[in-house]
Design a protein around this ligand. Structure first.
Ligand code: AMP
Length: 361
């Protein structure tokens, strides 16, 4: 088994997934003299900026073995890495973060049970495997409530809000009838996230708490720092550190949270964990001393973590679909830091790029 701590500039690291997160990881790695090899069944924005890429299925063991032999360690840019792929690679070389983080975050029931086990509050939930269990869960949690598939949900996919008078059988079929959880509705004031890293030596460094606004279930705007009390910000950091330590995690993680109540009554309810770099941390490329992407590379290579110091008040807007067509205007705007992911078709709902503005504090 190669020692990840022996990675030096000039080496190649592997990334599973070819999306914009893999692209920005590759760019950050390149700045530190590290080359990347992307493995993905589909070509994507990361292919354009990596030294090597392999286009093969995640269950193609020959391709995976060749990939494993060509890199010092493997990381991933998305949490739905199939268990077989993660296990196959982990038997041959270091996979960071540890695949345990994937198993925990891929299944909402496992994830929420894990969080509650650490004493971290989540939305109240019940496991729902059939329409009967859903009816019972609705009696327990009340209505409205949200039905979410346990696996493969993102950007609001695999979710259905159940309101008084709705037919639970119809709602269960609408999400595909897959094993699910029913969640009680959290009356949140705002949504926040913490993007943080844990190094191979256990050192933890977090960026300031982000405040996130979604439109149509997709992140639209991140501002930092979040409008929360210093005590709540400290609690957000403590929650994140507890998750990182419990998973013996190495790399960047994002923890999404709801803020409930205001003033002295403010408290945090964790929504979910993303075991990877995160959209709400994109501002760190332009707005922090070290970007989340560089931080991830530093962590997985066993290098020292960088400073998370923020350069100003941050506003990061995603460019979704046709919004990216305004790129010329954004280029004209002094101080607007434009990032385009090189996707050819500006389909509705597709993340095409983002723009970060760094404002006076
Ligand atoms: P998720 O896919 O779990 O990240 O949910 C997507 C979005 O739906 C969240 O960012 C919230 O805006 C909203 N949401 C999800 N779960 C709940 C909940 N239990 N209560 C209130 N809003 C929720």
């Amino acid at each position: 088994m190669p020692n990840p701590e022996s990675v030096v500039p000039g080496d190649i690291i592997g990334i599973l997934g070819s999306g914009q997160l893999g692209r920005m990881l590759s760019l950050a790695a390149a700045r530190l003299g590290i080359r990347t090899h992307i493995f993905c069944p589909d070509s994507g924005p990361a292919f354009d900026v990596s030294a090597r890429h392999t286009r093969a299925a995640y269950d193609n063991d020959d391709a995976l073995a060749e990939f494993a032999a060509s890199v010092k360690l493997v990381t991933y840019e998305f949490e739905n890495v199939p268990a077989h792929t993660a296990e196959f690679l982990a038997a041959r070389l270091p996979v960071r973060p540890d695949p345990r983080a994937l198993a925990t975050s891929q299944d909402r029931l496992v994830e929420k049970t894990f969080l509650n086990g650490l004493g971290i509050e989540t939305a109240p939930f019940r496991a729902v495997d059939d329409a009967g269990a859903l009816a019972a869960a609705l009696l327990d949690l009340g209505c409205p409530a949200i039905l979410k598939t346990r696996r493969f949900g993102y950007d609001g996919k695999g979710q259905a809000m159940i309101r008084p008078g709705d037919d639970p059988v119809a709602s269960f079929s609408a999400t595909g009838g897959a094993p699910s959880i029913l969640e009680g509705l959290v009356p949140f004031v705002r949504e926040v996230s913490v993007v943080a890293a844990r190094g191979a030596d256990g050192d933890i460094a977090a960026f300031d708490v982000n405040e996130n606004i979604h439109a149509n279930h997709i992140l639209s705007l991140t501002t930092a720092p979040a409008r929360i009390s210093p005590a709540t910000a400290r609690e957000a950091m403590e929650i994140t550190a507890a998750v990182l330590r419990a998973l013996d995690y190495v790399g960047v993680i994002a923890v999404e949270m709801f803020v409930v109540g205001e003033g002295t009554g403010e408290r945090l309810v964790v929504n979910e964990i993303a075991p990877r770099v995160h959209n709400s941390g994109h501002w760190t490329i332009d707005g922090a001393a070290t970007s989340q992407f560089e931080q991830h590379v530093r962590a997985i290579c066993g290098w020292p973590l960088g400073s998370t110091r923020r350069h100003g008040r941050i506003e990061m807007r995603n460019l979704i679909g046709a919004q990216a067509l305004a790129w010329r205007d954004l280029l004209r705007e002094p101080g607007a830091c434009l990032h385009l992911y090189g996707k050819h078709e500006a389909r509705a709902g597709r993340k095409m790029g983002h723009v970060t503005r760094i404002l006076p504090e």
